[in-house]
Ligand binder design. Structure first.
Ligand code: ADP
Length: 611
């Protein structure tokens, strides 16, 4: 049994995952049909060429066995000089044809496998990038990447190598068996009796292999998420001296994967010896029975050797068939997971029938909105609030109250579980998602920069923006100055995590991105990372400019935002605890006043809220 890998909180991750995914198994036939109809059938022409090549390879292999009869009878026994040259020429001819066909079979069929896996990857990425956030909360990035790369690779191998071999080896075996029957059908029957004996272990090992490769995949997915976790948080690891701890965990995760890999290997390695023994019995039986027939004069030595050659040649494809079936089953396991991913990724449904969101004013309203996360967490219990055209409203409150959830519902990153979110009286789920997102600018805490130029990072919100527009946006975001001072100006590539820019600079680029989008509604998830006073001032000025003329909903941590907001909503336990302007709420002396009592504490509350 595979050892469990302990998670940080000590629970048993391996078993959690195992209990979720294991046990379900799509029938092989259905998987194969789906691979065929969704992906492989579009390569029919290549497949026909490949199959013809395979048939030729199988046929020529049979021909080689058959050639043993004239070789022995004509050359060695009859000493026929005429045939002495004819037969070698024929042999060269057969091998040449076989060589050409082998190339066709290898190249064409493997290319189909590679293409199919590539198509599946394309579809999977399409699906992942379009699926709602729900998916990304349920799967770690590492798991998704592992599925994308490893599963697709396994499926490709199953198709490219094993599927081909499956067809080729069975055709070759059949061709050789035909040769055996033409030489001496009774002797062939004797040898064939052992075939069913080989079939049973092949099927059983195939099943075992599929199961154990599922375990390999689970362990790989886990390892991948561990890797992406620790490597993206490398600074945390170092800051808390946790290198040894993580290195130990890596060894544990590797050990688990190693155990599953070795188990898979053992299962597959079993197949050869089993078939070897069976083949030995078949050859021995044939020699005994054939020897008697030749001694009795019922069979020529040539026919006997042709038979024996066919039998020996057949042992190899039959052995291959066993191995290949195991690999094929592993590939099916991968295909099964890929299809599961393709099928299960939830999608925000577009029920708009093409209706576009029109935002003449930018009036956002929440009417008794409830929301339950897929895992059952009740995040919002009837939120009613509004952001009138051009207003800035601030959401404040302890962490976990539901502020980020509210922002997510405006952009319809999720569908509500009850109540309605409307923009200018149009329900967000009644208009096209595309038009909805077009109306919204979003500046989040994670001021994510892509590994690309500053220009491309700003233009991310409007790919066809002109240089002037981009510069104007950067000016507005107080970013033009520092961007111009970068070594390549707007063409400077900012590292994958935006490492070369300071926190404040990254935020200003994110603000420029939203500025360029010029959307009537703005969602702000204020950064809480402490900026120095100068950066803070510049960021704040940029934000003020960005907010002008837009309806802004902001998860507020900055004092200035809170005080200047048109209305403040204190969100607690998924409910609006209080609302009003700063002055009103202070006068009321409720939760807000409590939160606000003194700069120090609001800063602390902000820090708590940002966790
Ligand atoms: P805030 O932004 O005020 O800190 P959130 O909106 O992030 O609060 O969270 C509200 C509640 O929803 C919390 O109980 C939180 O644990 C839960 N929650 C947030 N995101 C998820 C998620 N993806 N899956 C399940 N529960 C979640």
């Amino acid at each position: 049994m595979v050892r469990a890998f302990p998670a940080r909180d000590g629970t048993d991750v391996q078993n959690q995952k195992a209990s979720k995914g294991a046990g379900r198994r799509t029938p092989t036939g259905r998987l194969v049909r789906r691979i065929w109809s969704d992906y492989m059938s579009r390569y029919k022409r290549d497949l026909v060429i490949g199959l013809i090549s395979i048939a030729v390879v199988a046929g020529t292999t049979g021909a080689i066995a058959h050639m043993m009869e004239p070789i022995i009878n004509e050359i060695f026994i009859n000493q026929n000089r005429e045939k002495l040259f004819g037969i070698p020429l024929m042999i060269i001819g057969i091998f040449t044809v076989m060589a050409v066909a082998t190339f066709g079979q290898h190249y064409v069929m493997r290319a189909v496998g590679i293409r199919v896996a590539n198509d599946v990857q394309g579809d999977l990425y399409d699906r992942m990038i379009r699926s709602d956030l729900r998916f990304f909360y349920n799967h770690t990035v590492g798991q998704s990447i592992s599925r994308f790369l490893t599963d697709a690779q396994m499926m490709q191998e199953a198709l490219a190598t094993t599927f081909v071999a499956l067809v080729r080896d069975s055709m070759t075996a059949i061709a050789l068996i035909i040769v055996m029957f033409t030489k001496d059908w009774q002797m062939a029957l004797v040898a064939m009796i052992v075939l069913p004996a080989a079939g049973l272990p092949i099927a059983r090992i195939g099943r075992l292999s599929r199961k154990s490769s599922q375990q390999v995949q689970q362990a790989s997915g886990f390892l991948a998420s561990f890797l992406s976790d620790t490597l993206t948080s490398i600074r945390q690891v170092k800051a808390y001296n946790r290198e040894d701890y993580e290195a130990r965990r890596a060894r544990d995760a590797l050990a688990i994967r190693l155990a599953t890999l070795l188990k898979n290997l053992r299962v597959r390695a079993l197949i050869s010896p089993i078939i070897e023994v069976i083949a030995g019995v078949a050859v021995a039986a044939a020699v005994l029975y054939g020897g008697i027939r030749v001694i009795e004069g019922a069979l020529t030595p040539g026919a006997f050797f042709a038979f024996l050659t066919a039998l020996l040649l057949a042992a190899s494809p039959i052995r291959q068939l066993g191995k290949v079936n195991a690999a094929f089953q592993s590939g099916l396991a991968a295909a099964e997971r890929l299809f599961d991913a393709l099928d299960s990724l939830p999608q925000i449904e577009d029920r708009s029938g093409g209706r576009e969101l029109k935002v003449p004013r930018g009036h956002v309203r929440f009417d008794d909105v409830r929301f339950v996360y897929p895992d059952g967490t009740e995040a919002l219990h009837g939120i009613t609030l509004e952001c009138r055209p051009g207003e800035t409203i601030a959401l404040v409150g302890q962490s976990g109250g539901g502020k980020s959830t509210i922002l997510n519902l405006v952009g319809r990153f999720y569908d509500t579980s009850g109540g309605q979110v409307t923009i200018d009286n149009q329900a967000v789920d009644a208009v096209s998602v595309e038009s909805l997102r077009r109306a919204i600018g979003f500046v989040s805490q994670e001021t994510a920069l892509f590994d690309d130029t500053v220009r491309a990072n700003i233009a991310y919100s409007k790919p066809d923006a002109t240089d002037d527009e981009i510069e104007a946006a950067a000016e507005g975001a107080n970013a033009h100055g520092f961007i111009s001072a970068l070594p390549d100006g707007y063409q400077t590539v900012v590292g994958s995590a935006g490492f070369r820019l300071s926190g404040g600079q990254r935020q200003r680029i994110a603000i420029a991105r939203a500025m360029l989008r010029d959307a009537p509604i703005l969602l702000l998830d204020e950064a809480t990372s402490a900026l120095d006073a100068d950066s803070e001032r510049k960021v704040q000025a940029a934000l003020n400019r960005l907010q002008k003329g837009r309806s802004t909903i902001t998860v507020a941590h900055r004092l200035s935002t809170v005080i200047n907001a048109d209305r403040i909503y204190v969100i607690e336990d998924g409910r609006v605890a209080e609302s009003g302007s700063h002055g009103e709420l202070m006068a009321r002396g409720g939760r807000y006043a409590e939160l606000y009592s003194g700069d120090a504490e609001i800063t602390a509350a902000a820090a708590v809220g940002a966790e």
